[in-house]
Design a binder for this molecule. Structure first.
Ligand SMILES: Nc1ncnc2c1ncn2[C@@H]1O[C@H](COP(=O)(O)OP(=O)(O)OP(=O)(O)O)[C@@H](O)[C@H]1O
Ligand SMILES: [Mg+2]
Length: 615
């Protein structure tokens, strides 16, 4: 046994090298080249509903910082007037003002934090909601194309990463920009020459920003790509854990994880490195200009007409530190803006993803379906250039049961997926009661269909909820009736809480056959006009299947249905059988006709018959 698993591991290792290069979790998403201001404009759309409280917060922040600007002026007055004049009351007055301003600033800050955290979270909630709503509408083809982990990371991580930008970034930026103007105004009002010395640092800083901009943005984009790749792999690994463990592939997977996590770490380190450049650059420029001010200020002080006093110099140095502080926060905001934009690109890209399968303009409600289904020259491909169905033609009359058989990968599931319009046909038409299904609303079409998919899903919740899924108005009795029809009632009643037993996502505590029966009951529940059963009973024992068949025959009466099955015993009674292979219908007719034909169906039937006989 050990040897065997070692062999299989060996084979997988060889294969995995090939797979690794192609795996979607390894493929970085395409990076946008331009710094797209439109992303911010769209974000502004989300901010708009909150503009009133935000304007209030802005007023508080601006007023408190304007008042704060007066404090160095108080120093100046105390130094140059009160102390030389021995004006104690003046000193106390200025001290009192300073305390009042500090209290006002503290209160404003408190209000800002409370309000902006709430507004930020409201906006994030709205973006996340819009993303989810859109994801629910996106067609199967969208999900076929990308790893689900990459989709998850957008809804959860990327949106969360906007939190800092929304809660602090925007208000701080506006406040800081205004502060800069206030400070410059006060500095100019004290001494023009010294102000100009201070401003000499700005061109140097601008050069640093220009140098960093592109590199930094690209580094953050790469970081978000690597995060997405890692997440895709984690999601896939969790979903496939059983296969991984049974094929003893843990070590290889750890290797892949290590590599993906390693490149995420590297990308993060590279991106964050740029963030560390800005702060020190601002600090250095600030220190250099301050020393210039000291040297030049003291030199100029000795000139009689300079107007520079000790008080002026003290006030001025206080302003300089305040001047560079908003520049520093603006620089770090710029960092988080770049990060946020790389996330916004991905978020809006998903929201903009076109819904390829959607209602046409003027689509109308599908009237109550009678049940005639016609495929007229239907051609379809999942990927451009690879036709899966080629000019398929058939008619199923009202109330008939059509069976579709054929080898694996022939296109059986594809045919029924097109009927529910999970994909659009490339050419040709699918008509129900003579109405092209593309002319009616998808909702009104799918509501009248009961589809049991080949890989049905069980959701976390009770069995009752799972059967009722999407048919909330249906009473319990009807749910139980549907379960009885598919012979699921007995096993459900044996579970500890019967219909109210909790099952996990994917129904891990149910057997494969039990999961099929629950999905089967779900498909029947809505009393569909067209019933589609894709391998509905493949995991169910033959005894239960015979019982189920009796119930089902009653149910199929008067209802058009499509049954796909590999086990031919289940479809013998169908009104007609289509044998599908290589994208076309090769044979069509009743069981007896096809047997008499001695074609592919006959061969298939005989092989199963022989197999049963041998058993
Ligand atoms: N989402 C998809 N994207 C691309 N190709 C697909 C997709 N789904 C199916 N195919 C391809 O289309 C062909 C038909 O698939 P389909 O699922 O219809 O086969 P099937 O007859 O139902 O097979 P089975 O008996 O195994 O269920 C296969 O060759 C498959 O590789
Ligand atoms: Mg199939």
């Amino acid at each position: 046994m050990k040897r065997l698993s070692a062999i299989s591991t060996g084979i997988l290792t060889k294969e995995s090298k090939g797979i690794m290069a192609r795996n979607k979790y390894d493929v970085d998403e395409i990076l946008e080249d331009k710094f797209d201001v439109n992303q911010l404009k769209r974000l502004a759309g989300y901010i708009k509903p909150h503009k009133k409280p935000m304007a209030g917060v802005l007023f508080l922040m601006l007023s408190s910082s304007a008042l704060g600007m007066l404090i160095p002026r108080f120093f100046m007055a105390v130094m140059d007037q009160c102390i030389p004049d021995g004006d104690m009351r003046g000193i106390l007055r200025y001290a009192g003002f300073t305390i009042l301003i500090a209290l006002y600033t503290a209160a404003s800050l408190r209000v800002k934090i409370t309000l902006m955290t709430k507004i930020g979270q409201d906006i994030i909630h709205q973006i996340r909601y819009d993303l989810f709503v859109h994801l629910q509408e996106l067609p199967f083809s969208y999900y076929d194309e990308r790893p689900h982990g990459k989709i998850q990371v957008r809804v959860v991580n990327y949106v969360n990463n906007l939190s800092d930008l929304l809660s602090n970034g925007i208000i701080n930026t506006v406040t800081d920009l205004c502060n800069l103007f206030f400070i410059m105004f006060f500095m100019l009002s004290i001494n023009v020459k010294l102000t100009l010395v201070c401003l000499c640092g700005l061109p140097v800083l601008t050069a640093v920003v220009i140098f960093l901009k592109r590199r930094q943005r690209r580094a953050w984009q790469i970081q978000s790509n690597k995060q997405s790749n890692l997440n895709a792999y984690i999601a896939e690994s969790i979903n496939g854990i059983r296969v991984t463990q049974s094929f003893v592939r843990e070590e290889e997977n750890q290797g892949i994880f290590n590599r993906l996590s390693g490149s995420y770490r590297e990308a993060w380190m590279r991106a964050v490195k740029f963030n560390f450049v800005m702060g020190p650059a601002v600090d250095i420029i600030s220190a250099v200009t301050t020393s210039f001010i000291y040297v030049l200020g003291i030199a100029w002080m000795s000139q009689a007409d300079s107007g520079i006093t000790v008080g002026v110099l003290i006030a001025f140095t206080a302003y300089i530190s305040r001047f560079w502080q908003p520049i520093n926060t603006l620089a770090s905001f710029y960092n988080s803006l770049l990060t946020a934009i790389s996330y916004l690109e991905r978020i809006f890209e998903t929201i903009d993803e076109p819904v390829l399968v959607k209602d046409k303009p003027g689509a109308y409600e599908m009237p109550l379906i009678n049940g005639e289904v016609e495929f007229k020259n239907v051609t379809f491909s999942y990927e451009d250039g690879i036709e899966i169905l080629k000019k398929i033609n058939f008619i199923v009359h009202k109330g008939q049961t059509a069976a579709i058989v054929g080898p694996t990968g022939a296109g059986k599931t594809t045919i029924v997926n097109l009927l529910s319009r999970f994909y659009n046909v490339d050419s040709g038409e699918i008509l129900i009661d003579g109405i092209n299904i593309e002319d009616v609303t998808i909702r009104s079409l799918r509501r009248q269909m009961g589809v049991m998919m080949q890989d049905s899903f069980i959701f976390s919740g009770t069995i009752m909820d799972n059967i009722r899924y999407g048919n909330d108005e249906v009473p319990d009795e009807q749910v139980i009736e549907a379960a009885k029809t598919v012979c699921a009632h007995d096993f459900i009643m044996e579970m500890e809480d019967g219909y109210y037993t909790q099952v996990n996502e994917r129904g891990s505590r149910l057997s494969a056959g039990q999961r099929q029966l629950i999905s089967f009951a779900r498909a029947l529940l809505s009393d569909p006009r067209i019933l589609i059963l894709d391998e509905a009973t493949s995991s169910i024992d033959t005894e239960t299947e015979i019982l189920l068949q009796q119930g089902l025959n009653k149910l199929l009466e008067g209802r058009t249905s499509f049954i796909i099955a590999h086990r031919l015993s289940t479809i013998k009674n169908a009104d007609f059988i289509m044998y599908v292979d290589q994208g076309g219908i090769r044979e069509i007719g009743s069981h007896e006709e096809l047997l008499a034909n001695k074609g592919e169906y006959y061969k298939l039937y005989m092989s199963q018959y022989d197999f049963l006989m041998e058993k």
